[in-house]
Design a protein around this ligand. Structure first.
Ligand code: COA
Length: 257
C-alpha cells in the first residue's frame, strides 16, 4: 500500500501510523481520512499487527482538526455528509477495531484531532500537548463524535465546559480530567507508547478483541447521541455564524458573532 498523507511502519507486531502533513499541522483532509481508514482496515486482518500506535509528524501537532479549507463552502447537506462519512469510515472504525489503538498525542489535538484521539482505545500525551474542541469558534460543533466521546471520558459537566468555552487543556489538566492515561516528556512519548503496545502484543489477541467488543457494548445505548450530533453539525453549515467563524479562521482574524 502506498500513501501520500500517512506513514506506516511495523515492528515487533506493532504497527505505527504517523499522520504526515506537518505544514498543515496534520489537519485531517478527506484524503488523509481515507488513507487512515484504509490503513486501519488492513491492520484488522494483518497477522503482524497486535497493537497500533497513532501519532502525528513533528513536535507541534498531533492533529489540528478537520481541514477547515476543505469544508468552508459546504452547505447543510454536505456538512452532515462530511460528519456521517467521517464517523463511519474512520472514527467508529477505530473505536471498534479488533486491535487496540494507542494515540500518542505529540502536540495540538484539536477538533477532529482530539476526536480521533478519543476514538482510540488509550491516549498518552507529551507534556507540551494541548487538547481542545474549538469548533464553536467556527460556528460549528464537533462532528466526529466529540460531543459523545468527551462526555464519556470526562463526564458531562467538564465536556460542556470544554465544548462551550473552546478552551484548550494542558496535558497535565487532561491527565487530571481523565482525558489521557499518561503524560510524558516528548522525547519519551514513542518509547512509552511502544512499551505499552508491546505489553498488549504479548497478550491473547482473541481475548483483547473480546474485551474491546465488551467495553464498547456498554456504550451502545448512547448511539442516538452520535446521530443527533451529525444532524446538528450539518444544520450549522449555511448559518451566518458558520460563515463568520470559518471566514475569520481563513482570514486569520478573530470572529465577531
Ligand atoms: N485546517 C486547515 N488548516 C489548518 C488547520 C485546520 N484545522 N489548522 C492549522 N492549519 C494550517 C494553517 O492554516 C496554517 O497554514 P498556512 O501556513 O498555509 O497559513 C498552518 O496550518 C499552520 O497553522 P498556524 O495557524 O499558522 O499555526 P499557529 O501556531 O499560529 O496556530 C493553532 C496553531 C493550532 C492554534 C491554529 O492553527 C488553529 O487554531 N488551528 C485550527 C484549530 C481548529 O479550529 N480545529 C478544529 C477544526 S474543525
Amino acid at each position: 500500500m502506498t500513501f501520500e498523507n500517512i506513514l506506516v511502519e511495523n515492528s515487533q507486531l506493532v504497527t505505527t501510523i504517523t499522520i504526515n502533513r506537518p505544514q498543515k499541522l496534520n489537519a485531517l483532509n478527506k484524503a488523509t481520512i481515507a488513507e487512515l481508514s484504509q490503513a486501519l482496515s488492513h491492520c484488522k486482518s494483518d497477522s503482524n499487527t497486535r497493537a497500533i500506535i497513532l501519532t502525528g509528524s513533528g513536535e507541534k501537532s498531533f492533529v489540528a482538526g478537520a481541514d477547515i479549507s476543505e469544508f468552508s463552502s459546504f452547505n447543510a447537506e454536505q456538512g452532515a455528509e462530511l460528519a456521517a462519512v467521517g464517523q463511519s469510515s474512520l472514527f467508529d472504525l477505530a473505536e471498534n477495531l479488533n486491535k487496540p489503538i494507542i494515540a500518542a498525542v505529540n502536540g495540538f489535538a484539536l477538533g477532529g484531532g482530539l476526536e480521533l484521539a478519543m476514538s482510540c482505545h488509550i491516549r498518552i500525551a507529551s507534556s507540551h500537548a494541548k487538547l481542545g474542541l474549538p469548533e464553536v469558534t467556527l460556528g460549528l460543533i464537533p462532528g466526529y463524535g466529540g460531543t459523545q466521546r468527551l462526555s464519556q471520558l470526562v463526564g458531562r459537566g467538564k465536556a460542556n465546559e470544554m465544548i462551550f468555552s473552546a478552551g484548550m487543556l494542558s496535558a497535565a489538566d487532561a491527565l487530571q480530567w481523565g482525558l489521557v492515561n499518561h503524560v510524558v516528556e516528548s522525547s519519551e512519548l514513542m518509547n512509552k507508547a511502544m512499551e505499552l503496545a508491546l505489553k498488549i502484543a504479548g497478550n491473547s489477541p482473541m481475548a483483547i478483541a473480546a474485551a474491546i467488543r465488551s467495553v464498547n457494548a456498554g456504550f451502545q445505548a448512547q448511539r442516538p447521541g452520535f446521530s443527533a450530533e451529525i444532524k446538528e453539525f450539518g444544520e450549522l453549515f449555511g448559518t451566518a455564524d458558520f460563515k463568520e467563524g470559518v471566514g475569520a479562521f481563513l482570514e486569520k482574524r478573530k470572529p465577531q458573532f
